[in-house]
Design a protein around this ligand. Sequence first.
Ligand code: PEP
Length: 376
Amino acid sequence: MKKRTTGSALALRICFVMVLVAFLLNFNDLALKSIVFYAVLLVAGGLIWGRLVMALWPKLTQKARARFGVISYGASFSGGTLLPIRFGEDIATGERIALQLTIAITIGIWIALIYRFIYKNKPNMRKKIVAGNWKMNTLPAEGVELAKGVVAKRALASNEVNFIVCPPFTHLAQVAEALKGSSIALGAQNCAAEAKGAYTGEVAASMIAALGCKYVILGHSERRQYYGETSATLNRKMEQAYANKLTPIYCVGENLAEREAGKHFEVVKVQIEEVIYNLTAEQFADLVIAYEPVWAIGTGKTATAEQAQEIHAYIRKVLAAKFGAAAAECPILYGGSCKPSNAAEIFAKEDVDGGLIGGAALKADDFIAIGQGFGA
Ligand code: PEP
């Protein structure tokens, strides 16, 4: 799998290049101790700036923040280094450093203010997803009709939303055909824990990938409850998903008794620790989480937007404890009686990045209308 560069690794590399540039620009007329001083200043400045960018622009994704950090630091540094050399050739070293610092900090502050202004009222930049879990519904021809309806109406929702449909295994191939040429992605509702072999009735991750699936739902409460799926099984299914380049949509959520006993935080924490904590950083970067309170699935009872936000923020905190800043980029979907009338309010919450939709995904109009919860 291709290794991703983290924001801090990128910032370090940039600092290194900056130091080299500083050496080249100042080498002729600086004593060795000044060069060392510059190097320390640049590395420390880069690290401090990198930290500030990570802390102050939470709405940007890690990638966007790293890009912003590099551009702003690069511009400040170039301005600070080049302008005094060009316009103040005769000034003493101390004055030159003061001038360089002043110019660098001024440019940095201006870029930061402009960025702040541009992004102040924008939603966060995490991937927005609306995924339809069709469960054991539709015959193949009905599934194809439904998929065609979704394709036909997709333009009514914002381009920013990533729609996914997850039909039953039996019509994945036909639905894949109906989705061809559209931006709607295909997912499966489950996969086997083994790669292949004598497992009657099972469907391997490689098989669904071969049919065009990009996603697979794992750990849905119905699978945990009716088919006894445990964390041990789910760990193996996750491995199979990643081995076949499928993005897992990993479901967590508490049942009614657990919610009433105030154990919902603990329940989702364990569901994450026992499975998601076993992922590598690269695998984690390719994961979607769905929080689905079991008491809200198919019952018509929805968690309030505040309840959803509270637990989504908590889930992100649990993810951050293991994966650090990368947790800010993991899409966390809400699922449980989500419908056109409540989607906008739930999706407006900071840590809700879309929905995993059951019943309402069986009507193309409703499914797209839920996507419009992010604006048309
Ligand atoms: C689901 O089972 O994933 C789900 C969210 O179902 P519903 O929307 O019907 O509650």
